[in-house]
Design a binder for this molecule. Sequence first.
Ligand SMILES: [Zn+2]
Length: 63
Amino acid sequence: MPNLDEIIITCPYCGEALDVLVDTSSGPQEYYEDCSVCCAPILFAISEADSGEIIVDVKRDDE
Ligand SMILES: [Zn+2]
């Protein structure tokens, strides 16, 4: 059963704050999701800290 957490990220392209749903139950993963404001492909890098905390990094495709 997916565990979706709502988090707020800042688009690395246009700088807009975005509400996104992240599936924190399936472990570390990377995927692209288009920004709902500027439509650029944001790379989401989901990782888990030793404490169990979920870390969400957003990056540009060209970084
Ligand atoms: Zn954007």
